[in-house]
Design a protein. Structure first.
Lengths: 395, 395
């Protein structure tokens, strides 16, 4: 981890285009000095935003030069006009930078169902290309925020074949966070030399254990996009064996770090809770159980209320369609066991657990004692502020 | 519908036993003067409360004489001691009434995971048996309330074989409402003459289109119980053909009425919204689609915000794992179409829709234009008050 948020060969810029209310940065551009290996992971939602459709195509050949991203308008549910706008955005950036539009990746986040104001986008591009700077990635992180309360940025430094390299990631999250990705954008930049197949492999496996393991409200989005670019300037040559593993682990660390920031900044969230379900009958039982508990509104309001109301956890497990026997279930808040063999361990234990629950971060562990599988998910509490944010979002 | 909430041959009573905080009625007894045909439908949650386990057994023979129900403690996740308490409750009621304990059905609702205070239950029974009265069913409706803000009661009058009969239903609902029944108790009393197989058939089919079609927060419970008793005092003889159909439809009406009351009284709810998804590729697509939309936290906060934010509806449909094409989707709020072929119909339409959404009741209709199936569900909005109620429930 470092506070120097630069990666050699990558420049960024952000401007106020007028897509967000107020005078906030809302369009960002990230450019690699030279062709970069590129990979992407996109939403599994059947309703895909125009920039998702376009970027999926543009990243297919495994290379890219630039990412343009805007907040304030998701360019989703906008039909053919929306797709033309995404295409036109890539063209304008390509022209501004003197590169092929196919090497431009586009991402949007914000309100669904309104056409993008292309005059604002077109008007923003000259300012972006003119102010590109090595140290401006944090500004890009700021520009892609929607209901986020802080910009999300994380980095990793590694060595491969004797050469130092860096991985820098930025993300936006907040609401609509849930397995299979969430409304989140994440851009990963690295100067490592890696082929695009390996980059994609590392990216996919990292998504699996990071962004796909967090949940804010059970809703997934039309715009989820993770893009990675690696420009090879570190000069490490082929990336093999242990060096690949270190890179993949570094990438995972950056994405895990960003995942935690997204949940901690979940809309209205006051608590970051790691939910683990252990010793399930099957891997799919583990996944179903952990998702059901982590997404239960009643469990999430109890987390907010700092109440070790384990009956709600039992009720969630009971409807998760898993193999379970009530009299085998053990439950812990951090290291305080509140349920043993399906029965409450009493007021003393609950008092200790309630004390732990006053913290910002703690874990909730369920042991089903049925088999040998487990799964884990990061979640947050459901608060008054979540309702306020989402009832008032467009008004 | 009538305001005379009596059924011949059924008496009820309710007392303050001290299970709820404050001086509230919390234990109710309902007794049939003579043996009644009986049927029950119970939670599908794998974690079943003790009274559910007991009542499932006691109703198996198709007959019963009494129902005892308490609020304040669910007697769920209480292991063998809990089951003994439920059994003991039936015994005490049996002794008090001079009937077999097997003819006593038991239901509980309230906090999960705490042992029932049997001294309070035992102390309540003499008062209950002493004050049984024909017109006290509304008091029983009051006694079973937890976070409900009003008692729920509905009735139907019909004729069979020239004989008038009545169906009277009471219910409690509020939170944890979701398909496969919810934390709800519902007791149906009728003086019709019907055999227990037919009663069960009518009850099951009514549950399917009433209590299984409502949703407050996506959580199901350990205690869901619907019990029906019919004592035959109407003297209609065998119930056949059209007479059965009228009874079944009357039963459905009573249960639908109670369902609507439960959603309207959903924890913190301010709006009752009927969600329908039409013209889906398959019946299971219709069910999945309507459940995903009706349970989406983002859709439900938009309902609260009176915001026709149809992008959230599209996003919910997109993750529902159904056959759909974005450019075929039409969406209405009541009769105002806000989406046509996947695109918004503009500010004018949204303004009209927003006006409708200021009402307490409206409908949200999605037409997928894929096939010939449809499904419907009643839901409510997600509000600040929901969070307040559920964060503070036990404290």
């Amino acid at each position: 981890m470092t506070n120097d948020y630069t990666v050699q060969g990558f420049k960024a810029a952000a401007v106020v285009a007028g897509l967000k209310k107020g005078d906030a940065l809302d369009v960002a551009l990230i450019v690699s000095d030279r062709e970069a290996a590129a990979a992407g992971v996109f939403t599994t939602n059947k309703v895909k935003a125009a920039p998702v459709i376009l970027s999926e195509r543009h990243v297919e050949n495994g290379k890219a030069r630039a990412i343009i991203a805007n907040a304030g308008n998701a360019n989703a549910c906008t039909g053919d006009p929306g797709l033309n706008d995404a295409r036109r955005t890539a063209e304008l950036v390509g022209r501004g930078l003197g590169i092929s539009p196919e090497d431009v990746l586009v991402a949007s986040t914000g309100v669904i169902g309104e056409q993008l104001d292309m005059r604002l986008i077109a008007g923003a591009i000259p300012g972006l290309t003119k102010t590109l700077a090595l140290d401006a990635v944090p500004l890009a992180a700021q520009a892609i925020m929607t209901t986020d309360s802080f910009p999300k940025i994380s980095s990793f430094e590694g060595r491969a074949g004797g050469h130092a390299y860096r991985i820098l990631g930025i993300a936006k999250g907040a609401g609509m966070i849930m397995p299979d990705m969430a409304t989140m954008l994440c851009f990963i930049l690295s100067d490592i030399s890696i082929n695009s197949d390996d980059l994609k492999r590392a990216l996919l496996s990292s998504v699996e254990t990071t962004f796909n393991c967090i949940s804010v409200d059970g809703d997934t989005s039309t715009n989820d996009t993770v893009l990675a670019m690696a420009n090879g300037l570190a000069g490490n040559g082929d990336l093999r064996g242990e060096d690949y593993d270190i890179f993949a682990e570094g990438l995972r660390n950056v994405m895990w770090d960003l995942s935690k920031m997204i949940v901690r900044d979940g809309e209205g969230a006051t608590k970051l809770v790691s939910v683990e379900v252990k010793n399930t009958f099957s891997p799919s039982d583990a996944l179903r159980a952990v998702r059901t508990v982590a997404n239960s509104s009643l469990v999430k309001t109890a987390l907010y209320g700092q109440d070790p109301n384990w009956g709600r956890i039992m009720a969630a497990l009971g409807r998760a369609e898993i193999e379970m026997r009530e009299d085998r279930v053990d439950i812990w808040i951090d290291d305080v066991q509140i349920v043993a063999k399906g029965l409450g361990r009493g007021a003393e234990a609950e008092k200790l657990a309630a004390e732990i629950m006053t913290r910002n971060e703690f874990s909730l562990t369920v042991d089903l004692n049925e088999g040998g599988y487990h799964d884990r998910m990061l979640t947050c509490d459901l608060t008054h502020e979540y309702v306020t944010i989402n009832a008032d979002y467009r008004t």
